[in-house]
Design a protein around this ligand. Sequence first.
Ligand code: URA
Length: 245
Amino acid sequence: MAERLQKVMAQAGVASRRASEKMILDGKVKVNGKVVTQLGTKVTGNDAVEVNGKLIEQAETKEYFLFYKPRGVISAAKDNKGRKVVTDYFSDIPVRLYPVGRLDYDTSGLLIMTNDGKLANMLMHPRYKIEKTYVAKVKGIPTNDDLKHLRLGVKLDAKHKSAPAKAKILSSDKRSDTAIVSLTIHEGRYHQVKLMLEKVGHPVKKLKREKYGFLTLDGLTAGQFRPLSHNEIRNLEKLVEGKRF
Ligand code: URA
């Protein structure tokens, strides 16, 4: 995001904001090769700022977005097979963003994108138990026993059992023998939702993440994103606050 030149200079450790203003007025500051003496001038991380002929290293401002990842996109900054990646949607944002966790290539839904590595790592850490709600279209119609099994925990492999989860059927269709299931988990093992449903006999045909903590996809369609509000960022920090490691 664009910031005032004196703020960018102060954040880069050039001088205090007041002293930076004086340097601007004295004609010691260039933006993209041109002397700038206007105090309100705004710059982004893409602008070259020189002070006394020396390029400054800009401290990146922290950015946070809520992205509705479409199906058929990789949750990474690049893909060696040349497939579409989530960062392709953010090419106009002048900071390097990465996803908080990952959704499978064929899974759609809510993904937070940020350049705040510290918060991202905390949100991804299993100890904070952040709830994520998925909606899955599955083969067959789960029985009450299947739901109970999902709620109590499913053996995923020789070593791991899923933690207690919330599971309910949203709708079912006898004709196509499919159901729409809502599953809320706080873990994030590889293919966890697909594995859990597969293990109870209902392989996933389609998967979408609808909620991450208190965040929802409301107002967005696949491929769209919006910045998180200050309040939302604060509330995300609160989810991991006091639990620092
Ligand atoms: N669980 C899965 O199986 N896939 C996802 O993309 C997310 C959770």
